[in-house]
Ligand binder design. Structure first.
Ligand code: NAD
Length: 266
């Protein structure tokens, strides 16, 4: 029996078997969690239904987080299926292509800023608010963030601003949910993953070059995998992490703690 036995978790953001959310689903399934999935867009329904079946689940929900009504509907439907549950993974990010390429100011516009923040940042606390009536005591909420929230990283640009907002929301959510009025303790955390080749990441200009530079400079001298991230996510969803909230945990081979240089480089 795994350390997530008896836990019911909603996994958002599985788009392919390279998605970070796929790695999280795999690790949580291996530790005995029961899973449900959300996706966006009717054309992906078949693919997500197959992924869900791989993890022994029949629960898939179409939910575009740009729409409050769809978020509310998803949790109402999940509530009807499960009654209550134990947390969700927010693995959702989007910014218009020109906002994640080249010079920061060239890609900056009010509309690009709005879209990046709406989809990539607002959606996490918005989902938490809608999920609250259905969350058990000791639930855990988790989002995916990136070092570009704290440091300027070439091409990450407007997405870095959105991730900074997302990380702030982790801290405010942790405070709001740490002890609810009805006595539930709900935790909120983020994982700051090192760069991983996924569909979302391939939208960032020169992402391949970034992967190589990070692998060379990171203390572990490699890029991290969705399995590396998935295992930490499973831990953070579990009661083993009962004292951990409001944190951003780095799963990046140590890169964030270097000056971008390894001993081999000097
Ligand atoms: P991915 O392309 O596999 O996943 C991105 C997901 O976002 C997709 O499933 C997509 O359907 C979903 N999405 C986009 N717009 C949406 C909307 N309006 N409503 C609902 N879902 C929507 O890529 P990924 O790299 O696995 O990305 C997952 C998360 O991890 C993102 O927040 C990303 O910023 C973050 N992250 C990625 C990396 C990396 O290098 N890949 C590093 C750190 C953090």
């Amino acid at each position: 029996m795994g350390f997530l036995a008896g836990k019911k978790l909603l996994i958002t953001g599985v788009l392919s078997n390279r998605s970070i959310a796929y790695g999280v689903a795999k690790a949580c399934h291996e530790q005995g969690a029961e899973l449900a999935f959300s996706y966006v867009g009717e054309r992906f329904k078949g693919r997500i239904t197959e992924f869900a079946a791989e993890f022994g689940s029949k629960l898939v929900f179409d939910c575009d987080v740009a729409d409050d009504a769809q978020i509310a509907q998803m949790f109402a439907d999940l509530g009807a299926a499960w009654g209550t549950f134990d947390g969700f993974l927010h693995s959702i990010g989007f910014a218009p292509r020109e906002a994640i390429a080249g010079n920061f100011l060239d890609g900056l516009s009010r509309e690009n800023f709005r879209i990046a923040h709406d989809i990539s940042a607002y959606s996490f606390p918005a989902m938490a608010k809608a999920a609250l009536p259905y969350l058990n005591d000791k639930s855990s909420l988790l989002t995916l963030t990136y070092l570009g929230a704290l440091r300027s990283i070439p091409n990450y640009n407007t997405m870095g601003l959105a991730k900074a907002s997302l990380e702030a929301s982790v801290r405010y959510l942790a405070e709001a949910l740490g002890r609810t009025e009805d006595g539930r303790c709900i935790r909120a955390n983020g994982i700051s993953a090192g760069p991983i080749k996924t569909l979302a990441a391939s939208g960032i200009k020169d992402f391949g070059k970034l992967l190589g530079r990070v692998a060379d400079a990171a203390p572990l001298r490699r890029n991290v995998t969705i399995e590396d991230v998935g295992n930490v996510a499973a831990f953070l969803f579990s009661d083993l992490a009962s004292g951990v909230t409001a944190e951003v945990s780095y799963v990046d081979g140590g890169f964030s703690q270097t000056a971008g240089l390894s001993a081999d480089m000097v």
